[in-house]
Design a binder for this molecule. Structure first.
Ligand SMILES: [Mg+2]
Length: 171
């Protein structure tokens, strides 16, 4: 179970993930979370940083698909000027709807990567879909509710294990 939850790689922020990096892994589709991965909850529309990162991916032939558990109006507004394939109410980490989305955009587990800020939602989604390249970024701005704090606490042993493994790789 623990290995299923291990991210493939952790980045400090979304735009540290370069198109060259993704292309070198054979990624043609990047399924990305929105809230706290690309923007905090309260920021309704993408800023210049997001746009230029998305442009660089597009130029490299990588299709970004927004997959959020948030509701339609949030995702519609966020995507209004981006015009990406974007899906709300994805019910991550369940694989039914995500599997349908992958199929409809023509992606396979082998040519896809998944990006998000939550292990039990985003990394687990990737794994449930058979996607190996599960990329994690720390949440841009965390909610401070008890439920969220509990989730972060649950993530700690997994992050420790990731760090340990990666340290060993560096040796
Ligand atoms: Mg999120």
């Amino acid at each position: 179970m623990l290995s299923k939850l291990l991210p493939y790689e952790i980045f400090d922020k979304f735009d540290d993930i370069s198109p060259e990096y993704l292309s070198s892994l054979g990624v043609r589709f990047l399924f990305s979370d929105v809230d706290n991965t690309l923007a905090p909850y309260e920021v309704p529309e993408p800023d210049e940083r997001i746009r230029s990162w998305l442009d660089s991916l597009k130029e490299a032939g990588i299709t970004v698909v927004l997959v959020s558990n948030n509701h339609g109006d949030r995702i519609e507004l966020f995507n209004r000027t981006l015009g990406l394939a974007a899906y709300a109410d994805c019910k991550k980490p369940g694989k039914k709807r995500l599997g349908e989305i992958m199929k409809s955009v023509g992606a396979t587990a082998e040519d896809s990567a998944f990006l998000g800020d939550q292990i039990f939602t985003d990394v687990l989604s990737a794994r449930n879909l058979g996607i190996k390249i599960a990329l994690l970024v720390p949440p841009i701005k965390d909610k401070l509710t008890l439920f969220f704090r509990f989730k972060r606490l649950m993530e700690k042993p997994i992050l420790r294990r990731y760090r340990k493994l990666h340290k060993e790789e560096d040796k």
